[in-house]
Write a protein that binds this ligand. Sequence first.
Ligand code: FDA
Length: 327
Amino acid sequence: MNGRATLRTVPERTLRTGLLALSRRRSLGRLATRLPIARDMVRRFVAGETLDDALGALERLRDRGFATTVDILGESVTSIDAARAAAAGYIEALDALAERGLDRNVSLKLSQMGLNVDEAVCRENVGRIVARAVELGAFVRIDMEDHATVDRTLATWRTVRPSPDVRATADCGAVIQSALRRSPADVDQLIAEGARVRLCKGAYQEPASVAHQDRADVDGAYAALMGDLLRRGTFPAFATHDPALIAEAIEVARADVIARDRFEFQMLYGIRRDLQERLLDAGYGVRVYVPFGHEWYPYFMRRLAERPANVAFLLRTVIREGRGPDR
Ligand code: FDA
């Protein structure tokens, strides 16, 4: 039985729930990062383990015309030291981006900055990164994690955001997930604050009390929020690989005469590269989210959960490797 046949018997939602549950298992993460076979698979989604690996990928993307944002993989740190080290890594990355003439744009997660260890230390860490971003004329995006972190994430964003006089060159932006029922109210508030918002569907397993469970509802909510952000927002970013939503953004912008330089599309490294190229060639701004680092496990598992075909591909690789190299 091959991987694809095995998977056909598993309902997609069950598979997704299972993979997302596995993504939170730290012990599995530690095991997986030691497996060379997993590393090969991971390379499709992750630009390498070191800053140097990532810089090479960023240079290639820049030369092709893409904008980029860098994510140093790591989340849910459990010590203040680890959170401070992660913040230092981001400052080093910002310096390297500036030195090499690369896009000065990073994306970070608050759980990596110590949100669940000590909120004050977390704010201090992000504050230091944003302060360096202001010195370098850079942009910092605070990724959004699961629904339990939204209030604290937006509160941190409000605390660390640079003052209005520097925002034309250095700013800090937020992320909103269309899956969450609260998001229309958050988007309204963020639009009023002139926030730069990245809109995504949401990558976490959430209960029905706080989040839409059906894909159609998540997509419908995305379309509505996208319309609001396009018409009233400040340089919104539409983070999706969904061709129907991308087509809708283009259509709303055309109908409402919203210029192409007033918004951008964002996609993940290694996903729908064909679509990334097509949009770029059609004259739209496309920013590629480039993750690197050793702590790839939860990020990788979320990418598997998004598309069951990725799991089939992984299983086929495992089975092939188990049999030894192809002849
Ligand atoms: P959807 O999942 O419907 O996929 C549409 C199509 O895209 C699929 O049919 C397939 O062709 C392709 N595709 C999507 N995912 C794929 C995958 N893993 N492998 C291969 N093909 C795939 N989430 C979050 O909760 N907080 C955040 O801060 C962010 N930040 C973020 C930044 C950027 C730049 C992107 C693109 C995404 C995020 N996300 C995120 C993740 C987001 O919430 C969502 O989980 C994924 O983008 C997948 O959803 P799509 O919008 O692509 O649609």
